[in-house]
Ligand binder design. Structure first.
Ligand code: BES
Ligand code: MN
Ligand code: ZN
Length: 494
């Protein structure tokens, strides 16, 4: 998508579709509709009186050859009640316009900016890019690029500062990073094996000037990643451990932020096999890893002054002849022994070794993202990510970043009393804590391997995927978490 500024008077813009928004209180004379020529607004007043224009949230009202404009079409998007207006709403309005137009064959869209405040520009650009994504890349019919080619940001005269330009670039970086994550999450497991995930990571790293290192099965065993290897050994697909480093010049030596993402490219459950009904959804079990790749892509471009290392243990969880079995006792890289009570609780095992390795590589703060538990979906549904951690400071930083980024996240408890639940009678730990409080015991199990290092865990099992279509985004992979983590890193470094 080409994205540019347009400072010509609105009446002269020749875009295929000019987009304005207005509020429910005054659908013909509020929001950016106010910036339209009087003739056009007269027409909109008539439409409002006829009940064709209400300003209700996401209502899309197209007007062909509107009076007073050279654009072929004017699209008025309802912005809802003005008191509820926010940056998130603005992002969604831009998205709704994109999805309305692209599904009708429009390729060129000019969005009228209500203000040239940088955060507004970022929201519109980001929202447009996220909306311009559909998960149907393997459909053979009508799959030729049907998206928006050109997005013009129009003010109808006002000039743009260099801040405005930087805001546009930031919006593009964020939208593209989120879509990169969504593309990876969307890929089926026969296409995106651990090897291909590592290839994608290397390609992204090379493109954006990051250092990428990929370990294979021999190195993983040599490093004694016994917990990761236990999961990996049941699959015929070779496992990969992906490490990407971002160390900008002039950044302080500490903190080094470790971003650890669960990279299970398919989770069959292993010997504790899952029921077949929704098993196909387990192609998304590398969403945590994909989140971290999206974050690294954005960070490489935004260049905050803070050191970051992404670590992604990537493997399938399969019930092959060599698979690990319930009752097995394994020794993790940390030396802690683990009794496997359920081979479907594989995420915490691969993350245990990834956290240990992150500390060994010098990370001083650990943040992990994982599609860890069905239990977090029972608790929070698909709307909100569960946030866990002992370190108040970093948990609060993360929650503030989520709020700022407009992603819904909610703190869940961790508490010593839950440790009882994943004690083993034969080893140091058991890999499950039973049904009740499953998201908490899963999180705390991972936390055991963080030790004294500040650690925050995001359970994105629910938020990784949207089961419904919204006016502003397709059904399917969401990329939830990317914006929050980028926000956290840029807030931290400024
Ligand atoms: N990947 C799953 C969790 C999951 C479930 C993600 C649904 C997305 C949607 C994870 O590996 C898993 O199987 N967790 C088990 C843990 C249990 C055996 C302790 C679960 O939640 O049932
Ligand atoms: Mn599982
Ligand atoms: Zn899993």
């Amino acid at each position: 998508m080409k994205i540019e500024f347009q400072s010509a008077p609105l009446a002269q813009l020749s875009a295929t579709a000019l987009v304005a928004y207005s509020f429910e209180e005054a659908p013909a004379s509020s929001g950016t509709v106010e910036k339209l020529p009087e003739e056009t607004r007269g027409l909109l007043r008539e439409m409002h009186e006829a009940g064709e224009l209400t300003g209700k949230a996401f209502e899309c009202t197209p007007v062909r050859r509107p009076d007073g404009l050279s654009a072929d079409k004017l699209l008025v998007v309802g912005a809802g009640k003005s008191e509820k207006f926010s940056e998130t709403q603005l992002r969604h309005l831009a998205g709704a316009a994109v999805r309305h137009l692209r599904s009708r064959g429009v390729r060129q869209m000019a969005w009228i900016l209500g203000s040239v405040a940088p955060s507004t520009i970022t929201a519109v650009v980001d929202g447009a890019l996220v909306a311009d994504f559909d998960p149907d890349r393997y459909r053979t019919e009508s799959n030729d690029k049907k998206g928006i080619d050109t997005l013009s940001l129009a003010t109808g005269g006002e000039q743009f500062s260099s801040d405005a330009h930087a805001a546009l670039v930031r919006g593009r970086i964020l939208g593209e990073a989120q879509n990169f994550t969504r593309e990876l999450v969307n890929e089926p497991s026969n296409q995106l094996t651990p090897t291909r995930l590592a290839d994608q990571a290397e390609k992204m790293a090379a493109r954006f000037g990051l250092v990428c290192e990929v370990l294979g099965p021999e190195e993983i065993q040599k490093l004694k990643m016994g917990a990761f290897w236990a999961v990996a050994q049941g699959s015929r697909e070779p496992s990969r451990f992906i490490i990407i480093r971002y160390s900008p010049e002039g950044a302080p030596p500490e903190p080094v932020i470790g971003l650890i993402g669960k990279g299970i490219t398919f989770d069959s459950g292993g010997i504790s096999i899952k029921p077949s009904d929704n098993m196909h959804e387990m192609k998304t079990d590398m969403a945590g890893g994909a989140t971290m790749l999206g974050v690294m892509q954005a960070v490489a471009q935004i260049k905050p002054r803070v050191r970051v290392v992404a670590l992604i243990p990537a493997t399938e969880n399969m019930p092959g002849g060599n698979a690990y079995k319930p009752g097995d006792v394994i020794t993790s890289m940390s030396g802690k022994t683990i009794e496997v009570l359920n081979t479907d609780a594989e995420g915490r095992l691969v993350l245990a070794d990834a956290l240990t390795y992150a500390k060994r590589l010098g990370c001083t703060v650990l943040i992990d993202a994982a599609t860890l538990t069905g239990a977090v979906m029972v608790a929070l549904g698909s709307i909100t990510t569960g946030v866990f951690g002992w370190n108040k400071d970093w948990v609060n930083r993360l929650l503030a970043a989520a709020h700022h980024a407009g992603e819904k996240m909610w703190q869940m408890p961790v508490d010593e009393d839950y440790r009882e639940l994943y004690k083993s009678s034969i080893a140091d730990l058991a890999n499950t804590g039973g049904r009740y409080g499953g998201a908490i015991t899963g999180a705390m199990f991972i936390g055991e391997f963080a030790g004294d290092t500040p650690w925050v865990h995001l359970d994105i099992a629910g938020t990784r995927w949207a089961n419904d279509e919204k006016p502003y985004r397709a059904k399917g992979p969401t990329g939830h978490g990317v914006r929050t983590l980028v926000q956290l890193l840029t807030d931290f470094a400024s």
